[in-house]
Design a protein around this ligand. Structure first.
Ligand SMILES: Nc1nc2c(c(=O)[nH]1)N[C@H]1C(S)=C(S)[C@@H](COP(=O)(O)OP(=O)(O)OC[C@H]3O[C@@H](n4cnc5c(=O)[nH]c(N)nc54)[C@H](O)[C@@H]3O)O[C@H]1N2
Ligand SMILES: Nc1nc2c(c(=O)[nH]1)N[C@H]1C(S)=C(S)[C@@H](COP(=O)(O)OP(=O)(O)OC[C@H]3O[C@@H](n4cnc5c(=O)[nH]c(N)nc54)[C@H](O)[C@@H]3O)O[C@H]1N2
Ligand SMILES: [Mo]
Length: 784
């Protein structure tokens, strides 16, 4: 920790001059070469690359450069001049590297050579590509069953790489596809697929121009989807209501200065974003939305008594939905007292939110991780969709469901078949196109994969991107699981903790990033991605590769497939990578929505994938949009923990700072929340600090509560007095992942409950041994 007080109030808007200054600082720190500026300007341009930052769509993909501070950081991180060469690995054993922080590992720069861990020296040594593929292939072939291997995917990988990957793994013989989506928007897909037949958002960007109200649940766009602020700003300026539900007052949801608006910048002005802001309790969204529905139904009953126009859309409900009467009766029976107690909002506030909804002709509901990472996430999303259905707000302009995805191609990876529970129809299609019988039984998701490794049922872990060891819950258990493996392999751009928590045999396979030119036999190749609103478009790198030895992700997958399956394979893997048009032709054969893929994706801006729900076609078994009733939960792990303890039990939400991309730490500041130079902070209400008999600035330890008898702790957090409801805490991910029990996940979707961890707070005990242990495990403090 620096000597300066890390907590300083920040009153400015999101964006603005602070954002421009921050970009300059990151470009300098990353030593981005002069061409870096050109690199930035090419992000999200029709002939440039897709920004690796987030999945928010671009205006037609043809607009002028859209400035985004955090997109710039993501690009700078990839375009950095720093290199993690074999010399770095020669200087350090893995045990030594493991003592450095994640921030330090990231800052070593781009990996340049394929490396294999050498047990005798505990060092990673360079290995030739062919030898690496041959050895990994040999290993995979020797497994007693293909189901002993796990194939993880992080959502940055392109459609082409993802398609080849799932094809290889299924021809190899397993559906073990844990992916980052399992920790992210899985509940959105699960809830919406059952309810409206499609697991993706139903809106497009143009709907943001038409919506009369935009509700935002559990999302922090100022940090995580900064380009979304541009849409929200326009909507606010034309008078749309923007209604935020968040336990924290996030600056990006309050006010925004657009760095592209010269007048706003010159006058140090800003635009108010949220018209209404509801600071509900962590996990209180289901109750709040149900309360809004209750209000709308009461208004509707009143309208009927008065002979006025109905408030709900009876024609839509009759024609398109099922289950309304039972649902309405269940909502009527829910007590306001329960709704108020569990949401943490007053009845007045909830009614006001309900009134805004009822008075708006077209409504979009957006949501993020504040909704999806709870035990009751699927039920909460059902409730949000119920709210939309009440007034026919799905399948017409200016209205719809908008789960805001995270990784830039996480949605596309799913479309391409990265899914542990593939549909029989999709598998039939693979069989028909490729002539092999794919495995039919479901594979492991992320939680299942960790359990399977712990129990020795899975012995090989292959990661296509990501940082599994750090992103997953229950850090200690996950690390134990990975260390039990016979083989761990990571395809990656940078060094991260997952490479240091390895199996008995271990490889690091360095790949090209999205900003780089991908040269194959037929010339420079582009790849395709799908954004959060189902637009598919091309992405072509413009920088020279970070090192000549790097291979593209499709090439790595194809060469591994060739080495593993050899003559047995039905697919000419090496031919495919000569020209990615050949991969896209196969994609077009497997997915009807990708017909004429190569032609259509070359039209500037790409094309939109059809969305049945957005056309009011309901492709679930019932053929209707379903109203889904759910009681307000009052027996969650947090309730149970509270009932069993004398001392105060808090609900902890783990969240992102402004200077990180998931497990990648770009810097130590969280500017909008007023935190500088420190990540081990705990946001807490002043009265809760007093009730604990402590004061702001004290250091505390956290212990999570779970009835499995395991003690899970995270040590040394600075108490920061914050505007957050009582009983609620927030701290950064991944420092707090050790607190999330592996067995605690969302009903139906199995997403770890990283936003609602029951914890107790102790004064920090600087026991030397314990500190060492925790710092090393969590990896953020150098401890030599
Ligand atoms: N710069 C940057 N961009 C990113 C990422 C990044 O790390 N850095 N990550 C990418 C990824 S993979 C994803 S999934 C997205 C994540 O983007 P977000 O969905 O914005 O994720 P978080 O920052 O985890 O948390 C979102 C918000 O939920 C609030 N919250 C916590 N608990 C609750 C609750 O119970 N109810 C409500 N209503 N709100 C709650 C928090 O206060 C926070 O404002 O961003 C993507 N984009
Ligand atoms: N407690 C808690 N845990 C969480 C969350 C939370 O909110 N709280 N959020 C969850 C969410 S939403 C997600 S999506 C997951 C994220 O889980 P992951 O996707 O596994 O994690 P990332 O940190 O995004 O992965 C970063 C790594 O990806 C690699 N990488 C970067 N670019 C490329 C590339 O172009 N190709 C390849 N091959 N590799 C690349 C780099 O090595 C980098 O270190 O974490 C989840 N974990
Ligand atoms: Mo995510």
């Amino acid at each position: 920790m620096s000597d300066k007080n890390p907590i300083r109030r920040y009153d400015g808007p999101a964006g603005g001059w602070g954002a421009l200054r921050s970009v300059a600082k990151h470009l300098i720190e990353q030593d981005v070469p002069v061409s870096g500026a050109r690199t930035l300007l090419s992000a999200n341009q029709p002939d440039g690359f897709d920004c690796p930052g987030c999945a928010w769509p671009d205006r037609d993909h043809t607009s002028t450069f859209e400035f985004c501070e955090n997109g710039a950081k993501a690009v700078a991180a990839e375009a950095t001049k720093h290199r993690a060469t074999p010399e770095l690995f020669a200087e350090h054993t893995v045990a030594e590297l493991a003592r450095y922080s994640d921030y330090w590992l990231e800052n070593q720069g781009r990996l340049t050579h394929p490396m294999r861990w050498d047990a005798a020296s505990d060092k990673y040594l360079p290995i030739a590509w062919d030898e690496a593929f041959a050895r990994i292939g040999e290993h995979l072939r020797a497994l007693a069953s293909p189901d002993e291997a796990l194939f993880y995917t992080s959502g940055r990988c392109s459609n082409e790489a993802a398609f080849l990957y799932q094809l290889f793994v299924r021809e190899f013989g397993t559906n073990n596809f844990p992916d980052c989506s399992n920790m992210c928007h899985e509940p959105s897909g699960t809830a919406m697929k059952a309810q409206i037949g499609v697991g993706k958002g139903t809106v497009q960007l143009r709907d943001f121009e038409l919506a009369q109200a935009i509700f935002i649940f559990g999302q922090n766009p100022g940090t995580n989807h900064p380009r979304m602020l541009g849409e929200l700003r326009q909507a606010a300026k034309r008078g749309a209501a923007i209604v935020s539900f968040n336990p924290l007052r996030e600056r990006g949801l309050e006010k925004f200065a657009d760095p592209q608006d010269k007048l706003e910048m010159l006058h140090n002005g800003s635009t108010r974003i949220s018209s209404d802001y509801f600071q509900l309790r962590i996990g209180g969204d289901l109750a709040a939305v149900k309360g809004m529905i209750k209000r709308v139904l009461e208004l509707d009953a009143q309208a009927q008594r008065d002979g006025a126009a109905r408030v709900i859309d009876t024609a839509f409900i009759a024609e398109h939905t099922q289950g309304f009467d039972a649902f309405a009766a269940e909502v009527a029976a829910e007590a306001w007292d329960t709704i108020v107690a569990e949401s943490g909002l007053s009845q007045d506030e909830i009614e006001r939110a309900g009134d805004i909804y009822a008075q708006s002709d077209s409504v979009i509901c957006c949501w993020g991780m504040g909704i999806t990472q709870h035990k009751h996430s699927v039920a909460t999303i059902h409730m949000i969709v119920n709210l939309l259905l009440l007034r026919g707000n799905i399948g017409r302009p200016g209205a719809g469901a908008c789960p805001v995805r995270g990784h830039s191609n996480v949605q596309g990876d799913r479309t391409m078949g990265i899914y542990e529970k593939p549909s029989p129809a999709f598998l039939d299609r693979l069989r028909d196109v490729f002539g092999f019988e794919p495995p039919r039984h479901h594979g492991h998701d992320t939680v299942g994969a960790i359990q399977a490794m712990l129990e020795g049922r899975c012995k090989t872990f292959f990661g296509l991107g990501g940082n599994f060891a750090t992103a997953t819950p229950d850090t200690e258990a996950t690390h134990r699981a990975l260390r039990r493996c016979d083989l761990t392999v990571h395809v990656t751009t940078k060094l991260n903790r997952s490479h240091l928590v390895h199996g008995r045999d271990a490889y690091i396979l360095p790949c090209l990033g999205r900003t780089e030119i991908d040269l194959q036999a037929a010339g420079a190749q582009g790849v395709t991605v799908e954004d959060s609103m189902s637009m598919v478009h091309l992405s072509s790198g413009i920088n020279a590769p970070a090192a000549p030895q790097l291979l593209s992700e499709p090439a790595i997958v194809a060469r591994l497939a060739h080495a593993t399956l050899g003559e047995r394979s039905r697919i000419d893997w090496l031919d495919l990578i000569g020209d990615y048009d050949r991969i896209r032709d196969l994609i077009a054969q497997v997915f009807d929505d990708f017909h004429d893929f190569n032609a259509r994706v070359r039209v500037p801006g790409g094309f939109h994938l059809p969305n049945a729900a957005a056309e009011r076609r309901w492709i679930n078994p019932q053929g209707k949009a379903l109203f889904k009733a759910h009681a307000v939960p009052t027996d969650l792990p947090v309730h149970r923990a509270r009932a069993s303890r004398e001392q105060p039990v808090f609900t902890l939400a783990t969240t992102r700072s402004h200077d990180q991309y998931n497990t990648t730490i770009y810097g130590m500041n969280d500017r909008y929340r007023g935190v500088f130079g420190e990540r081990r902070v705990l946001f807490i209400h002043a009265d809760d600090i007093a009730a604990l008999g402590m004061k702001a600035g004290d250091w505390v330890d956290l212990e999570s509560l779970c009835d499995d008898g395991v003690k899970r702790t995270a040590a040394r957090f600075l108490l920061v007095e914050y505007n957050i409801p009582r009983g609620c805490l927030a701290a950064y991910y991944p420092e707090t992942n050790s607190l999330v029990p592996l067995s605690s996940f969302a009903d139906e979707a199995r997403t770890p409950t990283s936003k609602s961890i029951p914890v107790i707070v102790h004064p920090h005990v600087p026991a030397r041994g314990r500190e060492l242990q925790s710092a090393k495990d969590i990896g953020l403090v150098r401890v030599d």
